[in-house]
Design a protein around this ligand. Structure first.
Ligand code: C2E
Ligand code: SIN
Ligand code: SIN
Ligand code: FE
Ligand code: FE
Length: 752
């Protein structure tokens, strides 16, 4: 309802359509649009002719005043025949129908003329133009010529066949007309054929063009797919060259990239040429390249490689047997990234515009892939750099050993900066020199003896100037390093010195060496700086820790000398036991080692032995120094000395592990000891070891309350107390130890 004309239009159309389908539409067996059009035209022509013939006959019948007019019979026959042809034209046999129509129509005109010679005079023969016209549509030019000639011959024969028709009339009338119109028809037909040929040629050209375009699009798609799959730059270079040789069907291809630092184009990859040849290609300065493409365009070809391009000699191409070349510049955002070459070897090759377009397409794809891969590589490198810093960080927190830390730092530095060797010099405050601390990648020992003052040598200067110093070429600049003559064997070419600064203080210098030219980018230098900072922190950290450790050691030493002082004071007070503490300490350590103890346990045993009777400090002189047996009350006090020791020492944290001996050295294996009456393995092992030594030394020494026993008697006593006073296993280890010492002293005495 919104479009009132719609349904009406539709019904009109469908009425025409129905008429068309009913009377004209060619056989559905004919598929080709042009053939359908030809068939429809023939059908339409025949239909039209029938209608015209019928109408003309009706007019003739109504107006002709000729007597005995019989012409309508011919017309009737003709209409029937045309009707048959019309039927036939609606089958798939268009061409035979057309031929038959032409022949029959021509014959019919003649038949009509012969049947009614007056018609000839009335211009009937001019109807021959109809089959001729039809012939121009369905016949070849020669067939058409034959038809015209047959018509003319028949016309000339007419005066013999129809006596009423004079030859001069035929010549002036139908022959002239037919000749004139035929020539016109020929001209038009030839022209139409030419137009058709042109159209066909154009079609074929367009077809080929679009096929090439499709092929190019296909090739580019393939290239894009392959290039985008590459995440590694070197592989990507190779793939770009491979794709070019395939797409342009050349034996060789190369890829050059712009090298930002050097402002030049450097060939980085190639296929179809010896790998070593890549080095030989000219390295165009960027401005030379730019002026070349300014003249030649960013895609161009040379069927014969010129002798020079700008100021650059192209001889190397000839040496490699390169003959023709196609070049496309690789650009990204108007920035020249590089260029690609397709190269023919030996054979001369004209690169078509199409091929250049394809090469340009590949160059565009290459640009994207290169940028993507570089971005990816950059991102990955940044991540790896971060991880390198983190690795040093972890080494710093996990390790307090400077050598370990520096080893980790140097590993990260050489790997991440991709350099052959690196060394770390640390500032020694005492000597006021930068001294070699660690190195990696050196084949000689040269640097191990480095000791540079501030400002001395490159390293000393880097420290003084607090900035990274660079010697780009040690070979041509040999005097820059003090160690240069000795370093020559290493074959270094590039050198960097970076100061190691923490909290504004230069702690050392990082030296980086490389055996080929290094021309690092900004990012590399930044990373060198970051690594230096981290290394400086490592050094700082370790020296902080060293300081701490040192002060600890000093403290421990102070503690131990305090302990020794105490025990010595005690020995002095206990007069007769002079030297006892030192002896029991030494012998206890010996026995402890024999019992399998080691390391930190011995430290505590030593301290415990030194302090074992420290509790006697709390025993009054009159009991301690009493010459004679103790009374029961005196014994009560005397037996408190282990507990006094515990009370005195327990508050000193680092001595706590050493308390076992002072508080348990009077416990006995059978549980009859004091202060707690511990039994067997309840008694700390160290105390079980110690008590054997303590009693042995007491027995073999003079005491205020008795004289020393002989060694033999003392040994007999110890042996007798195994399993009672002493741990039998300790006694077992103790006896040989003392006998051995006995024999040794006996021998040495004998030797004197
Ligand atoms: P001390 O003189 O250093 O003796 C240490 C341990 O060696 C004694 O622990 C004891 O187990 C053993 N010992 C020392 N001398 C002898 C001895 O002649 N015979 C035997 N069988 N064992 C001996 P103990 O007995 O718990 O004594 C602890 C400390 O008490 C002694 O250290 C000493 O300073 C004091 N003491 C022990 N007995 C006497 C005594 O008769 N007179 C005096 N004035 N002090 C004594
Ligand atoms: C070195 O040998 O460690 C470097 C000396 C210098 O930088 O001059
Ligand atoms: C010692 O032998 O020096 C002291 C003995 C003990 O305290 O039992
Ligand atoms: Fe004691
Ligand atoms: Fe003792």
């Amino acid at each position: 309802m919104n479009s009132p004309s719609g349904p009406a239009n539709k019904s009109v159309k469908s009425f025409q359509r129905r008429l068309w389908d009913r009377f004209v539409a060619p056989s559905p067996e004919i598929q080709q649009p042009d053939q359908r059009r030809q068939a429809a035209l023939l059908t339409g022509f025949l239909l039209g002719t029938i209608v015209v013939a019928v109408a003309a006959e009706l007019v003739t019948l109504s107006f002709a005043d000729w007597e005995n007019y019989q012409g309508w019979r011919v017309t009737l026959v003709m209409v029937v025949v045309l009707g048959l042809l019309y039927r036939l034209s609606r089958t798939r046999h268009t061409r035979p129908t057309a031929m038959a129509s032409i022949v029959l129509m021509s014959a019919a005109v003649f038949a009509a003329g012969l049947a009614e010679p007056r018609g000839i005079l009335g211009g009937l023969m001019d109807f021959l133009i109809l089959p001729l016209w039809l012939g121009s549509l369905y016949l070849t030019l020669s067939q058409l010529a034959v038809l015209v000639l047959l018509d003319l011959a028949a016309l000339l024969a007419l005066p013999w066949l129809a006596p009423d028709v004079a030859l001069d009339y035929v010549l002036v009338g139908p022959v002239t007309f037919l000749l004139g119109t035929s020539i016109l028809l020929f001209v038009i037909t030839i022209h139409r054929d030419r137009l058709e040929q042109d159209r066909q040629a154009e079609l074929i050209r367009k077809e080929a063009e679009s096929q090439r375009e499709a092929a190019r699009a296909h090739a580019l798609l393939r290239v894009a797919e392959r290039l985008n799959a590459q995440m590694d730059l070197e592989t990507l270079f190779e793939v770009i060259c491979e794709e070019i040789t395939q797409a342009l069907d050349t034996p060789a291809s190369t890829l050059a990239l712009y090298e930002p630092g050097m402002e030049r184009m450097v060939t980085v990859a190639g296929v179809g040429l010896p790998a070593a040849a890549l080095q030989l290609f000219p390295r165009y300065p960027l401005d030379v390249y730019k002026s070349a493409i300014g003249q030649l365009g960013d895609v161009f070809a040379a069927a014969d490689i010129p002798a020079t391009v700008g100021s650059i000699d192209m001889q190397v191409y000839r040496d490699l047997n390169c003959r023709s070349i196609a070049v496309a510049t690789i650009c990204y955002n108007d920035e020249i990234i590089g260029y690609v070459n397709a190269i023919s070897l030996a054979e001369r090759r004209e690169f078509s515009g199409d091929e250049l377009l394809l090469l340009r397409g590949i160059a565009d794809q290459a640009a994207l892939a290169l940028i993507n891969t570089r971005l990816y590589k950059d991102a990955r490198r940044r991540l790896e750099n971060l991880q390198a810093l983190r690795a040093i960080d972890i080494a710093i927190t996990a390790n307090h050993d400077l050598a370990d830390m520096l080893a980790v730092a140097l590993e990260q530095i050489t790997n991440r900066l991709d350099v052959d060797a690196a060394a770390i010099l640390i500032f020694n405050r005492a000597s006021q020199r930068f001294e070699f601390a660690a190195g990696r990648g050196f084949s000689t020992q040269t640097l191990k003896f480095t000791g540079l003052k501030l400002g001395e040598g490159m390293a000393g200067r880097a420290a003084q100037e607090r900035r990274i110093l660079h010697v780009p070429d040690l070979v041509n600049d040999p005097k820059s390093l003090i160690q240069a003559p000795a370093l020559q064997k290493e074959g270094f070419v590039s050198y960097f010195a970076a100061p190691l600064i923490v909290a504004d203080e230069v702690r050392g210098v990082l030296e980086v060496f490389h055996r080929t030219l290094l021309d690092p980018e900004r990012e590399w230098l930044d990373f060198l700086e970051a690594l230096s900072g981290q290394t400086a922190i490592a050094i700082e950290n370790s020296s902080l820790f060293d300081d701490l450790l040192r002060s600890h050691a000093e403290l421990f030493e102070a503690y131990d000398s305090t302990i020794e002082g105490w025990s010595h004071a005690l020995d002095l007070r206990d007069r007769e036991t002079e030297g006892h503490t030192r002896r029991v300490t030494e012998l206890t350590l010996k026995l402890a080692r024999a019992m399998g103890l080691e390391g930190g346990a011995l430290v505590h045993i030593r301290r415990g032995a030194l302090l074992h009777d420290i509790g006697k400090m709390g025993i009054p002189d009159d009991i301690l120094l009493k010459e004679g047996p103790l009374t029961d009350e005196e014994w009560v006090i005397m037996r408190r000395h282990p507990v006094f020791a515990f009370e005195m020492l327990n508050s000193i944290r680092y001595l706590r592990p050493a308390l076992e001996i002072p508080y348990a050295h009077h416990e006995k294996w059978d549980g009859s000891g004091y202060p707690f009456g511990l039994e067997g393995e309840q008694i700390p092992f160290s105390a079980r070891i110690f008590s054997v030594v303590d009693v042995w030394d007491a027995l073999t020494s003079d005491r205020p309350y008795r004289q020393a026993l002989s060694r033999a008697d003392a040994l007999a006593h110890i042996e007798g107390q195994a399993g009672k006073h002493f741990d039998p296993q300790v006694v077992e280890r103790f006896l040989p130890l003392v006998r051995e010492a006995n024999e040794l002293s006996a021998t040495s005495q004998a030797g004197m």
